[in-house]
Design a binder for this molecule. Sequence first.
Ligand code: SAH
Length: 357
Amino acid sequence: MSAGALSTTRAARAAGKLNLLGMPAATLVELFETLGQKSYRAKQVMQWLYQRHVTDFDAMTDLSASLRKELAEIAGAELPPVLEKEHSADGTRKWLLNVGAGQAVETVFIPEPNRGTLCISSQAGCALDCAFCATGHQGFNRNLTSAEILGQVVLASRDLGNTPITNVVFMGMGEPLANYRNVLPVVQILLDDMAYGLSRRRVTISTAGVVPQIDKLAAECNVALAVSLHAPTDELRDRLVPINKIHPIAELLASCWRYAENQASRSITFEYVLLDGVNDAAEDARRLVRLLKGIRGKINLIPFNDWEGSGFGRPSLPRILAFQAILLEHGITATIRWSKGEDIGAACGQLREEVTA
Ligand code: SAH
């Protein structure tokens, strides 16, 4: 029995209930030991929560009636309340979740022929203020808890029924590495065989470049990394992705190579939003080639998704293809990410929500 779990239990009794969603496996084990239970109870509860999407202790039929009752007294598994669900003509689905204080976050499911990707949010709003991003424009409200982040996966899994979530990407609202403390337990549960059992390459953290946390992640949980580069020079990147003023391109790329080394043979994805007349010139593509030549990585070009008042535009199709062609000619793998779900405002960078009612 550990002092940590004991105090957690006491605190729970005093201050309301513990939320078991997002609780690390080791803490859950401690909790059951504290309750005088066998440690395998943790495994049973995790399977109920994450494999069967059951959050009501009463329905956890392989736990004794007395344990279910005791659990219900001290703990819960609260999912964020759903404000709205939307279904796009292209199959994309979106959930709008109430996280209190007039704030909402979004979760998006993107079905593709051989996979189903869930895009989750890690913060209500975002503090990084990237010039072209709707979420950044709305400002920062707060970090989501591990329960609120993982709750998105539970909710979506439940609603999707037999359609499996094969990939999870932290590309919804917020900067996941700025909420590292709450994101890490979620990632660990996504990888845990007792929960979702996803492989490391099927969980992607996308970051605007919080360098110290990239190194931390490399050491603690080496999942797939996507980096929002968006500009080939510091001068331009300072304007588009302001965190560049703190961690400029050279520093960011050095941390990416350290990360890739840790992953053995795996590579980094660089995201590059194409903004008409801003970062989409042939010269920008050539600069990008010089920056990334010979690297273990690929570039994901994202044609800008417009939102009202953005002040940016999407380049024409020929311009997008010409940019890609320069990268390909120089041996750099470059794909274009045509966003899904634009009709329901679910595309990259369109996530901006406030509850007005
Ligand atoms: N904070 C993380 C996750 C952000 S969302 C990060 O910066 O990586 C995922 C991607 O969508 C990022 O590359 C982000 O820069 C990009 N994005 C933001 N707004 C966009 C827009 N309006 N159109 C296209 N992509 C956008």
